[in-house]
Design a protein around this ligand. Structure first.
Ligand code: ADP
Ligand code: MG
Length: 538
């Protein structure tokens, strides 16, 4: 553990023999930095503000000491003794799995309260009394409003992935839930980022917390080789297929920026006989679980997903990450590629950009402190990034771009479009969209912290059905519902942002992928963000 003053074994952290056995059986030899720092503090009963990227082992960081604390004491019917809030059903389910894994030598009971699954089963569990309640905010409030849960006995609260909760517009729900808990409690608050809004929440929820920051996308990430291909929009799929074919892809995440593009790309890959599944917020719960199961078991090698749907999903040893779209927010790039190169393995991350992604690529390279080596794929013309911001934001470029040889012939395009991407009835015609000039300039827009994410907004299924929500008077005041307002005001802008063409030409030959001569390599340089440092305050 390079240079940090971490204790070297779990035994040093004050865990009981039962837990040490469970940890050993999980195959862990030493605690990750966040675990080494957080576990003793949680055992002391202190509040924790933990900032660490996905994959740093946060779950065990709070689960292990919680099991230790909860081992003394018993639960009463409908009065859980601890509550863990997670932003998505998958993350909640994953925390529950962790409880089973680490709690195998204890007799603690738990309930998983997530949308999209039988409420009566969940109610039956609650009635029996649980030590640990793991929930998504919407379903929990729903249960509470139905009088199925009393939160007055909650002694430990965990808020996991706080920044993602913020992104998804769950903070008003979380604030309501926290208002229902006893004031005297222990609160553990985890986030991958610590922006001003997150700090404000931490101040509101925590008392004299120990602040633990682990600056790394993954505690174990040693090597992620990164590459960038710049191609025409119409060549993106061919480029992706080509790379998948020539690379030794064991399993891979393929990220799209928007959830409807996830489905389109998924169907395209399937048509080309790749073993692929998809995951996005609009899928029904059983379908999501099935997709994840197939990917985890290796039955499907490729998972096309959106940032939110994939966030925090713990799948070990993913050999590749593909960014089918350049993420607009640089931090998302770090989160995405952090899914590979875990646990000391090497991973490869390929990003497919169009020339107009220039400023997004620059933003990413600034953040990671290195230039991503460019590659060219044979059979696909390699282009250069365009930095002129006047050209466009994303997508609206089709009109002014000079067409390249005969490949954009109208007939061919239409033919392919019907095969691979049916026209989107939900979009207004080009002329009806908001003209660029009428839109707020980037800087004037709402800062990221305050906004719902571009796509994958509040997953429908996780929100209480309208009738079930609290009556008007009981709901948060207007200011707290800012997220909802922002969502509406952004609709027009989103529509205008991308008119990406969907045509594909499959007659291209597939050749060897070659690195361009002018590619800038990593050499021996290790980007800063991959070097782990631990700082402890408080
Ligand atoms: P996070 O919540 O920070 O994203 P997770 O808790 O999901 O991270 O852990 C990421 C992965 O690391 C999981 O596969 C988990 O089993 C593994 N892991 C956790 N702690 C350790 C450890 N001490 N040693 C090895 N692997 C660990
Ligand atoms: Mg986590």
């Amino acid at each position: 553990m390079d240079g940090c003053k971490n204790p070297m074994s779990f035994a040093d952290l004050g865990l009981s023999p039962e837990l040490l056995l469970a940890v050993e059986q999980a195959g862990y030899t030493e605690p990750t930095p966040i675990q080494a720092q957080a576990i003793p503090v949680v055992l002391m009963g202190r509040d924790v503000l933990g900032c660490a990227q996905t994959g740093t082992g946060k779950t065990a960081g709070f689960t292990l000491p919680m099991i230790e604390i909860l081992a003394a004491g018993r639960s009463k019917a409908r009065m859980p003794r601890s509550l863990i809030l997670a932003p998505t059903r998958e993350l909640a389910a994953q925390v529950a799995e962790n409880f089973d894994k680490y709690g195998k030598n204890h007799k603690l009971t738990k309930a998983l309260i997530i949308g999209g699954e039988s409420m009566s089963d969940q109610i039956a569990l609650l009635d029996r009394g649980v030590d640990v309640l793991i929930a998504t905010p919407g379903r929990l409030l729903d249960m509470f409003e139905r009088g199925r849960i009393l939160l007055t006995d909650v002694k430990i609260l965990v808020i996991d992935e706080a920044d993602r909760m913020l992104d998804m517009g769950f903070i008003p729900d979380v604030e309501r839930i926290v208002g229902l808990l006893p004031k005297i409690r222990q609160t553990l608050f985890f986030s991958a980022t610590l922006g001003p809004e997150i700090r404000r929440l931490a101040d509101a929820f925590l008392m004299n917390p120990k602040e633990i920051t682990v600056a790394a996308p993954s505690s174990a990430a040693t090597t992620i080789e990164q590459f960038l291909a710049v191609v025409e929009e119409i060549d993106k799929r061919e480029t992706l297929r080509h790379i998948i074919r020539v690379e030794d892809v064991k399993n891979a995440f393929i990220f799209c920026n928007r959830k409807r593009d996830v489905d389109v790309l998924f169907r395209s890959l399937k048509k080309h006989h790749f073993d692929v599944v998809q995951l996005h917020g609009d899928m029904a719960q059983p379908a999501r679980m099935e997709a994840l199961g197939k990917f985890k078991s290796g039955e499907a090698r490729l998972l096309v997903c959106s940032d939110v749907a994939a966030r925090g999903i713990d799948i070990k040893a993913v050999s590749h990450v593909f960014n089918f779209d350049v993420p607009i927010h640089s931090e998302d790039y770090v989160h995405r590629i952090g899914r590979t190169g875990r646990a000391g393995q090497t991973g490869r991350a390929y990003t497919i950009a169009t020339p107009d992604d220039g400023r997004f690529v620059v933003g990413i390279e600034k953040l990671i402190g290195t230039v991503i080596p460019r590659i060219a794929v044979e059979g696909v013309p390699a282009l250069d990034l365009v930095m002129d911001p006047k050209r466009r934001g994303r997508g609206g470029k089709t009109a002014e771009r000079p067409s390249r040889d005969g490949r954009k012939a109208r007939g061919a395009r239409d033919e392919v479009r019907t095969e691979e991407a049916p026209p989107r009835e939900d979009r207004p015609a080009r002329e009806e969209r908001v003209p660029r000039e009428e839109r707020a300039p980037r800087e004037d827009r709402v800062p990221r912290e305050d906004r719902a994410p571009r796509e994958d907004r509040v997953p429908r299924e996780e929100r209480a059905p309208r009738e079930d929500r609290a009556p008007r008077e009981d709901r948060a005041p207007r200011e707290d519902r800012r997220n909802a307002k922002d969502r509406d005001s952004r609709k027009g802008r989103d529509r205008g942002e991308r008119g990406g063409r969907r045509e594909r030409f499959d007659s291209l030959g597939i050749g060897e992928m070659t690195h361009r001569d002018d590619a800038i390599g990593f050499g021996d340089h290790m980007p800063d963000f991959m070097l782990r440092t631990v700082t402890v305050k408080g």
